[in-house]
Structure formats: structure tokens, C-alpha cells
Design a protein around this ligand. Structure first.
Ligand SMILES: Cc1cc2nc3c(=O)[nH]c(=O)nc-3n(C[C@H](O)[C@H](O)[C@H](O)COP(=O)(O)OP(=O)(O)OC[C@H]3O[C@@H](n4cnc5c(N)ncnc54)[C@H](O)[C@@H]3O)c2cc1C
Length: 458
């Protein structure tokens, strides 16, 4: 019998597992994909929002502001790239300047420092911005983070501290039997935590069959990714003033010196993460109004992420009507920024009231440092060596797909998008796991790259 089963290994499930590992508990995380952080956690804007924007007194505002403040220590312990670069929300006219003043009042209520900037100051900070921009709202505490490795390193740390992880295992049923739960007719636990992202309403209904208190309305966001280049561009995350049409697109550096431009916002189905020309043209049009000379010839990829927008419009973080079953649902933006605070709250304020939490004195909060190894280069675009690849394969939360390797070490993330290194990575992974090269998928278990042999291997 497990003390706790967590359903879903996105950033919320991974950080919650790591927090639970601080106590003497038997913990299992069940994930349907063959990697952690493989869904919304790996397809977002990667911004640690300051928290100036969510409605005061909402869960979004509370967890965003608390979570933002936790990132320096957390990313130090987990050896994850994080930078407080600040954000600027830009206004194109006096009406939008009035909205910025309202947003500043909201920031004050949320306890977030901001500064109103005039036209001269905005252009001093960001010379590439359109001359049409008349002012901005600076939020210095906003940051950017590597979301892939935040989830992976959190799970690595959880596993190193005793948590069990089952990948490629879809939760199909959860039954309450006496005082405990049985998951997939196989795993028993006293407490179940639902961290299933866009499927969190489906998982909730497995236990609370008639619960209509929330549903998830998946909304897609499409992006361009620009390569890294050595010319001046933007130093802060640049937001547009939110309007009745939505938040508009943002332009932001990433921790890997790329730039993200997007996202769009359209209702979608849970499994549709395709990008399309029409939507991306609109993203391009909006972004070009903010920065007229965006080097779109530097685009190396497009992608889409799916927001788990809750019908309640706020995070749902509570023990459900069924005792011992906890929903952490509807964690749309600013869910990444809020994730450390959500994980703390779930463990200390919810689980701690259901089962006794006894500290595990052997808990180590730090992962073994990741170092860049010299030697034979596998990915020349991103300068990833053979030893870098071998290092992650030998850690406790290793990749099982090309995409998993790409997210961890960046092999295949560069200008050639794996054109040069994918074959080598595939061979290294097949040799490491002792399987045929045809058995290494690109992404999930059925996405094979090689489908048949044309000649003998050498
Ligand atoms: C376009 C976009 C932009 C965003 N930008 C930002 C941003 O800049 N800053 C910010 O703070 N937030 C942002 N967010 C929000 C942020 O990405 C999410 O809040 C966060 O990733 C949610 O994490 P999660 O763990 O709840 O969900 P997920 O990462 O989706 O994890 C849920 C996991 O549950 C698993 N699962 C589902 N069903 C089952 C099942 N039946 N059995 C087993 N496993 C299951 C899934 O496979 C998945 O791995 C953005 C989101 C989107 C889509």
C-alpha cells in the first residue's frame, strides 16, 4: 500500500512528488507518457510571471506571487537555468496607458513591485521596440526558466529520495475501497493526488462521478522559436496590454538564448497540438506591431501547447468531496510560475491534514550538479558532447525517446533540428538500453523513427 499516488508527472506532479519525499512516505507517480513533463509543461512560454496580472485574492494571484519568490532557491537546488530578466507590458496609446495604471494598482494589491515607464525609458531599455509604443509597465521580478529540466530534475531528485515512477502507464480507473483507493485495479494508496493537466476533469470523474463543479476547456497556443543569434534583440519579456480579445502575443528570450514569439489562443481538442499557417500569420502580425524588424528568417521551429483552462477560471486545488482524493486541476498560466507554491500547499496544507507527515532526516534537496563535458561532439549546433548524452542516460530519470534526450541536453534543438545528430543519438540510446534502433521512438512509445531495415547494421 502506498501512502500517496500522484497521477501525472507534469511540473505540478513532479514538484509535489519531490515535496512529499521530504517525509517518511511511500510514494508512487503514474504517468501515461514515456517521459515526465511531456505535455503542457514542455510547451509554454517558460515565464516565471511576476504576478502583477491575476485578479487579486484569486488562487492564481496567491500561488503566482508565492511561487515566483521560490524560484532562486529551487533552481539552485535542482540545477535548473533561471534568470530574473523582468517583463515590460507595452502600451500603444493613452487608453492602454490607463489600463497599465489599472494593472499597476492590481500589482500593488497582489504585493508585486512594478514601475510605470514613459516612452523614452521604454526605448532606452528596449531599443528594438516600435516607435508607436508610448509607455510600459516594468515588473522586475519576472523571470524565465528551463521548464523541461525543472520537471525532469524535480523528478530525479524525488526518485533519489525514494519516490517510485511508473512511465507509459495510463490511469484508467480509480476506485475507493473502504478507507483507500485502488488505481487500475493494481496500485493501492491512502491518498490520490490528481495532477493530470488537461485530463484532470476526466481523472476527477473516475472518483467523483456526478461532480459537475469543473471541466477543462483545452485552449491551444502556437509559437515561433527563433535560433540564438548575436545581434541586439530583446532583454525583457515583452507583453502586450491585455484586451477583450485576450492577452495578445509575447516576445521573450529563453534560458537557452533562443526567443519565443506567441502564443495564440484558440479552443481546441485535448490531442490537437498542431500548428497552422493562418494562426501563426496572426501571431507574426501581432508581434511585428511590437517589434517591426523581427528576424523571422531565424525561425527554427514552431510548436503548440494546450492550456488546461478550467471552467471556474481559477486553479482548483483542494481535497474533493471524496476524502483522500485531491484535485490539483485547471492549472493553466501562471501554473509554471506558481508550481513550487502549489506543491508546498498541496503537501503541507492538504496531504498533511489527511496523513501524518514525519520528516525524513536523510532528504537531500539537491541533484548532482550537471556539468558540460568536453570531448567528442554529438550535436554541433548546441555543442552537446557524447559524455553529456551518457551522463543523462545514467541518471535516475533518464530519457527513453529522442525528444526526451533533446529536452535534457539540447541535442537536436539547434538550427539543423536534429538533422545531423539524431542518428547518433538514436544509436547511443539503443546501445545503452540494449534494444534495436527501431525501438527508440521520437516521442511517445508509438512514434517510431525507423520502421524497417534496408541493410545490415555496421
Ligand atoms: C501556451 C501556453 C503558455 C503558457 N505559458 C506559461 C508561462 O509562461 N508561465 C506560466 O507560469 N505558465 C504558463 N503556462 C501554464 C503552464 O505550462 C502549466 O500551468 C503547467 O505546465 C501545468 O502543469 P501540469 O503538471 O498541471 O500539467 P501537464 O504538464 O500537462 O502534466 C499533466 C500530466 O498528466 C499526465 N496524464 C494525464 N492523464 C493521465 C492519465 N490518465 N494517466 C497518467 N497520466 C496522465 C499527462 O501525460 C501529463 O504528463 C502556459 C501554458 C500554455 C499551454
Amino acid at each position: 500500500m502506498y501512502d500517496v499516488i500522484i497521477v501525472g508527472a507534469g511540473v505540478i506532479g513532479c514538484l509535489t512528488a519531490r515535496n512529499l519525499a521530504k517525509y517518511n512516505l511511500k510514494i508512487l507517480v503514474i504517468e501515461k507518457d514515456n517521459d515526465v513533463g511531456n505535455e503542457t509543461t514542455s510547451a509554454n512560454s517558460a515565464i516565471v510571471h511576476s504576478g502583477y496580472d491575476p485578479l487579486p485574492n484569486s488562487s492564481k494571484a496567491k500561488f503566482n506571487v508565492l511561487g515566483n519568490a521560490m524560484f532562486d532557491k529551487l533552481c539552485e537546488e535542482l540545477d535548473v537555468k533561471f534568470k530574473r530578466i523582468g517583463s515590460i507590458t507595452v502600451a500603444f496609446d493613452e487608453r492602454q496607458m490607463e489600463t497599465l495604471k489599472e494593472l499597476q494598482e492590481r500589482a500593488t494589491l497582489n504585493n508585486v513591485k512594478t514601475e510605470l515607464l514613459d516612452k523614452t525609458k521604454v526605448h532606452e531599455l528596449e531599443p528594438m521596440l516600435s516607435e508607436e509604443i508610448v509607455g510600459g509597465l516594468l515588473a522586475p521580478t519576472a523571470g524565465i526558466v528551463d521548464p523541461f529540466n525543472l520537471a525532469v530534475h524535480a523528478m530525479e531528485n524525488a526518485i533519489d529520495n525514494g519516490v517510485e515512477l511508473k512511465l507509459s502507464t495510463k490511469v484508467e480507473s480509480i476506485k475507493k475501497v473502504d478507507d483507500h483507493f485502488v488505481v487500475n485495479d493494481e496500485y493501492e494508496a491512502k491518498v490520490v493526488i490528481n495532477c493530470a493537466g488537461i485530463y484532470s476533469d476526466v481523472i476527477n470523474k473516475m472518483v467523483n462521478k456526478d461532480d459537475t463543479s469543473f471541466e477543462i476547456l483545452p485552449r491551444k497556443g502556437e509559437y515561433f522559436v527563433l535560433d540564438h543569434f548575436n545581434r541586439p534583440f530583446v532583454n525583457h519579456t515583452i507583453f502586450m496590454v491585455p484586451s477583450e480579445k485576450g492577452k495578445g502575443v509575447l516576445i521573450s528570450p529563453t534560458t537557452s538564448q533562443n526567443y519565443l514569439i506567441g502564443p495564440s489562443a484558440e479552443l481546441t481538442s485535448r490531442d490537437d497540438n498542431a500548428t497552422d499557417k493562418l494562426t501563426l500569420s496572426d501571431v507574426r502580425r501581432q508581434a511585428s506591431s511590437v517589434i517591426p524588424n523581427i528576424p523571422f528568417y531565424e525561425v527554427i521551429r514552431t510548436f503548440a501547447g494546450i492550456r488546461s483552462t478550467p471552467s471556474t477560471h481559477d486553479f482548483i486545488i483542494e481535497e474533493s468531496k471524496t476524502k483522500g482524493f485531491i484535485n490539483v486541476a485547471g492549472i493553466e498560466s501562471p501554473g509554471l510560475a506558481s508550481s513550487p507554491a502549489i506543491a508546498d500547499y498541496v503537501v503541507n496544507e492538504i496531504v498533511g491534514k489527511i496523513i501524518k507527515l514525519e520528516p525524513d532526516t536523510s532528504f537531500n534537496p539537491c541533484v548532482k550538479k550537471y556539468i558540460k563535458h568536453p570531448g567528442k561532439m554529438i550535436c554541433k549546433c548546441e555543442r552537446v558532447s557524447l559524455q553529456d548524452v551518457m551522463d543523462v542516460l545514467n541518471r535516475s530519470c533518464p530519457p527513453h525517446s529522442i525528444k526526451g534526450m533533446k529536452r535534457r541536453v539540447r541535442a537536436g534543438f539547434g538550427r539543423c533540428q536534429g538533422g545531423m545528430c539524431q542518428g547518433d543519438v538514436l544509436k547511443i540510446m539503443a546501445d545503452f538500453y540494449g534494444v534495436d534502433r527501431m525501438d527508440i521512438p521520437y516521442d511517445n512509445d508509438d512514434s517510431f523513427i525507423l520502421v524497417s531495415k534496408t541493410k545490415e547494421e555496421n
